[in-house]
Design a protein around this ligand. Sequence first.
Ligand SMILES: [Zn+2]
Length: 411
Amino acid sequence: MLTHLECTRCGEHYPADRPQSVCPKDAGILYARYDLPNIKRAFSSARLAGRAPTMWRYEAVLPEADPVSLGEGFTPMLASREYPSVYIKDEGLNPTGSFKARGLSACVTMARHFGLKKLAIPSAGNAAGALAAYCAAAGLEAHIFMPKDVPVANRIECDYYGAHITLVDGLISDCARKVAELKASESWNKDGWFDVSTTKEPYRVEGKKTMGYEVAEQLGWKLPQGIIYPTGGGVGLLGMWKAFEEMEALGWIGSERPRMITVQSASCAPIVKAWEEGKSSSEMWPNAATLASGLRVPKPYGDYLILDILKKSHGTAVSATDAEILEATRHWAKVEGIFAAPEGAASLVAYRKLRASGFFKPEDRVVLFNTGNGLKYLDVLDGSVERTLLSAKAASRKPAARQIGGIIGPY
Ligand SMILES: [Zn+2]
């Protein structure tokens, strides 16, 4: 039922029977397009009942290939204990402990289908772990390029999955440059290499879009008033919006749409800045640094699509400081029993701000995405626990003792 790929900038069509990256004309992101009228005739949402609780239950709207699956998707939609109209979509329960499993399951499935051998990825951490796991399951080579200061869990998991790891002194954008260099090398085409960077191939979006199908199915085919989504590369946001359009064409939902909210770290907020300035694309964020490593994306490739979705959905973009994110991580753990990734807990910070500003009313149904499991951030969170303890100690002493040459501890 997959008919072709379509450029999101110029609308040009490309064949879907071979590996494709971005539009050769304008470098636009390519979306997979399906024969939706035919799917509508052959399949209804009622037929989903009783299917396996993985994202492949939506195979009718996914490419036809033998799935490389580790049981990803169909994660719980938990009713919040704190806010009666809030739901938490807990993506931390995916294989490899993050929402990245969905995109990489779909992407590796297609890579194997096309006979590719070596998959290269620049990653802020969790996508690397997911690629490594799915490549292991598929018998392909994973080549990981990630910042050397990613959470320890990401490095260890990639190593255990047998991936080839290059640690880069820099950010995900520097890692992307390494992959681009590799692409220019002679062996790239000869040895079956492929770049599976965020939105630079069409199928990670297809995997991530299943989050949109799940939100609808788990809420009884009634979309919520809002979705708050921690946005690094923003693939899930693109994917969910695409899912809503497909579901409307299939007659599974109506024309209603949730307000889509991007939350980013205050120390790396290119989308928030562009949104506030009314721009249609973002600028490279200088000196990005946040403990929410998945949000350390200085310029998402799909920025033009993210900003368009925020606009069309009457959504907004919100930032959260590292201190707010840490507090929210602890609060969610204590109040909801959910040990979230710091990126996920940023959703709670955004929700509180949007409630305080009146953007959301108490009765508005809002889905907050927890994108990963806190257990993957033990070193990051442990460091913050130590820092909190140290600063509490420091506060009880004379402050002068903690300052040397203008540098404020802890050292
Ligand atoms: Zn194009």
